[in-house]
Design a protein around this ligand. Structure first.
Ligand SMILES: C[S@@+](CC[C@H](N)C(=O)[O-])C[C@H]1O[C@@H](n2cnc3c(N)ncnc32)[C@H](O)[C@@H]1O
Length: 198
């Protein structure tokens, strides 16, 4: 099949990589949630060869992810798990880090709650690290007119979607033992938020 291609991945991969280089420097096993096209997995897997990078997503994305993985043939990037965070499909495996990009505004809040509950189970390290990239509201307000427009566009397509309040996600993370360790500005009014256990 032709590989799926998200132009946004090419725009955001370098700034995200800089964050992962620092915050995943001492990590070994990463679970990616919502791998999408698979572009991030091959880019980060190639640049961070000390990591074992486990891709995952809903099944409809697997053919595309596999196409990227097959071409890259990286020994440290693993074929996708069928993982819908709101379903009983979490793996038995354990990880010391997790990464997800552009998923929280797509998932329902119920699924985000399930995401953090699931991560609390599969992240086994005392210092487990979670990095999430995407748009967030701060102090209950949009951080740019573009994000306000994007939120309206999302909600018109599905009432369950929308840009999340950073403080609400932090509170949810805290309930699962993850404390905010960094909140980093990314291009186009996105953020990388990093939570760490302990
Ligand atoms: C906007 S795409 C982002 C894909 C990729 N991470 C990126 O940055 O290009 C949102 C992704 O979240 C995934 N997703 C949405 N709801 C999910 C759920 N309940 N469980 C797992 N993945 C989900 C979708 O399948 C999709 O791959």
């Amino acid at each position: 099949m032709d590989k799926p291609h998200a132009p946004s991945c090419e725009r955001n991969r370098e700034p995200i990589l800089a964050v992962l280089r620092e915050h995943f420097a001492d990590r070994r096993r990463v679970l990616e949630i919502g791998s999408g096209t698979g572009q991030h997995a091959v880019y980060f897997g190639a640049a961070l060869p000390w990591l074992q990078w486990q891709t995952s997503d809903r099944r409809e994305h697997h053919a595309g992810i596999r196409a990227w993985l097959d071409e890259a043939a990286l020994p440290n990037v693993l074929a996708p798990l069928a993982l819908d965070v709101g379903a009983d499909t979490w793996p038995d495996a354990r990880y010391d880090a997790a990464f997800s990009a552009n998923t929280l505004h797509i998932m329902s809040w119920t699924d985000i709650e399930a995401l953090f509950a699931g991560l609390a189970r599969v992240l086994d390290a005392d210092d487990a690290t979670l990095v999430v990239y995407g748009p967030f509201n701060q102090g209950g307000t949009y951080t740019s007119p573009g994000n306000a427009d994007f939120d309206g566009w999302l909600k018109a397509r599905g009432a369950h979607m929308g840009i999340r309040d950073a403080e609400a996600v932090d509170a949810l993370a805290a309930r699962h033992g993850l404390a905010l360790a960094a909140d980093l500005a990314m291009p186009a009014h996105n953020r990388c938020r990093v939570w760490r256990r302990g």
